[in-house]
Design a protein around this ligand. Structure first.
Ligand SMILES: *Cc1c(COP(=O)(O)O)cnc(C)c1O
Length: 458
């Protein structure tokens, strides 16, 4: 008999999960104003809110933390991370930041001025927030295919080069300080971008002399998909593929809380010394001195090891297999989600599941609350609450997709937990016809409202 697959690690430390009754969860979610960000973690059985900063570090990462150098300036931890960043990404300059959005803040402070245009393939919400906050616009150039959740194509997160070139042609070069390519495309469902598309995007940017910034939160998962799906890459290592990707980039921002497998951290890296000099002052003002930028020395060391370990095929394979297991179970039950299964999460297609809930009542949020009530599983809405209001008209924006994201933390849950999640989805799917109403907003902030929004049941 052929031996089945097993994970390339064993478990050294465990953390107890607190279970709850449906009645308890009904009270808690009401008290939380139907916003899952306001629910306490001990009120959650399986937490799929995010895979950001929630992964389990390896014993080597924990060991590296003991070698952390907490010197204010010139810490050896900084130089160890600098070496790893040079090896893996080939980027000569970098500024540590406390997380991804801080990297965006530092680099956009140096690059953007009011009225600028920063096109991209579905900017992440904080990226878009940082662009729009500076009174700039963030047009979306993702391929149309990304919006058809049932279409199975290998690289569904790609940049539409025609849409991008149209923006380049219609605007003066000075108004476009950079293009943002997000790998994997989080907002479109954790969908990857092919090397071909990365290369062609870079070529187009170069032709118009516009720097290419790669938003790199899940760069290693993207490299895994290039290896397993794109012709010509099967025999290359993840590290070789990553190195090739970053040959095409001028700048990278990264939330290290994802593929860096640390609980906190990020950085911005670049090729241009001049840009580094411009960005430095914003790092010092908002993050910290150049050699720690908002991170402890021990965190810099944990990240150096995390980046090295998580650019190995076996680690990525275990992770992506687990995400796929959830997708396969949903297939068995006929539950629609963004196909094919993404790198870090499954995105349930809430519009196709809760067909009787009007879009004005927040379809994906309604599904998120249902899943919490059903099994204490916490997912997150990627729909019209997340989309915020239009900055000009102040009308609600209704994106094409209403998704419930179930993000799988790295090395945290077992396949048995995955089976519980799938069963809970199935129970809701079976009674979907009875769910006919959703929620209305009673409190919201003008930007990034999803974190603090308060809702009431209709
Ligand atoms: C998480 C994420 C960010 C922001 O990073 P934080 O560490 O959460 O601040 C930016 N872009 C993408 C694609 C992300 O996934």
């Amino acid at each position: 008999m052929e031996l089945p697959y097993s994970e390339p690690y064993k478990i050294k430390v465990t953390e107890a999960i607190r279970t709850s009754t449906r009645a308890e969860r009904e009270t808690w979610i009401r008290e939380a104003k139907y916003n899952l960000f306001k629910v306490r973690s001990e009120q959650v059985t399986i937490d799929l809110l995010t895979d950001s900063g929630t992964g389990s570090m390896s014993d080597r990462q924990w060991a590296a933390m003991m070698t952390g150098d907490e010197s204010y300036a010139g810490a050896s931890s900084y130089f160890r991370l600098k070496q790893v960043i040079e090896n893996i990404f080939g980027m000569p300059y970098f500024l540590p930041t406390h997380q991804g959005r801080a990297a965006e803040n530092v680099i956009f402070s140096a690059l953007l001025k009011e009225g600028d245009i920063v096109p991209g393939n579905s900017h992440f919400d904080t990226t878009k927030g940082h662009i729009e906050f500076r009174r700039c616009s963030a047009p979306d150039c993702t391929i149309d295919a990304a919006a058809d959740t049932q279409l199975e194509i290998p690289f569904k997160g790609e940049m539409d080069l025609n849409k991008l070139e149209k923006i380049f042609k219609e605007n003066p070069r000075e108004k476009i300080p950079c293009t943002v390519l997000t790998i994997t495309n989080n907002t479109a469902g954790g969908q990857p971008v092919s090397m071909k598309n990365i290369r062609e995007t870079a070529e187009l940017c170069r032709r118009y002399r516009i720097p290419l910034l790669i938003d790199s939160a899940r760069f290693a998962e993207n490299a895994y998909f290039i290896k397993t799906r794109e012709a010509g890459y099967a025999d290359k290592t993840i590290k070789e593929i990553v190195r090739e990707i970053y040959q095409y980039a001028d700048i990278m921002t990264i939330s290290a809380k994802k593929d860096g497998v640390v609980n906190m951290g990020g950085f911005v890296a670049m090729r241009s010394e001049e840009l580094m000099r411009q960005a430095m002052q914003f790092s010092i003002m908002c993050e910290g001195y150049l050699t720690y930028g908002g991170m402890s020395g021990r965190d810099l060391d944990a990240l150096a090891v995390g980046l090295d370990e998580n650019t190995e095929f076996e680690q990525l394979d275990a992770r992506i297999r687990q995400v796929k297991l959830l997708g396969d179970l949903l297939d068995e039950y006929g539950i629609p989600y963004q196909r094919p299964a993404g790198g870090h999460a499954i995105f349930l297609d809430a519009k196709k599941i809760l067909t009787h809930v009007p879009k004005e009542q927040f379809i994906a949020q309604t599904l998120a609350v249902e899943l919490y009530l059903e099994a204490g599983v916490r997912g997150v809405e990627i729909g019209s609450i997340l989309a915020d209001r239009d900055p000009v008209t102040h009308e609600n924006r209704y994106p094409k997709l209403e998704l419930l994201r179930l993000a799988i933390p790295r090395r945290v849950y077992t396949d048995n937990h995955i089976r519980v999640i799938a069963a809970a989805c199935r129970n809701i799917f079976e009674r979907r016809e009875q769910i006919t109403s959703g929620y209305r907003i009673t409190f919201e902030t003008p930007i990034l409202r999803h974190f603090t929004v308060e809702l009431e049941k209709i």
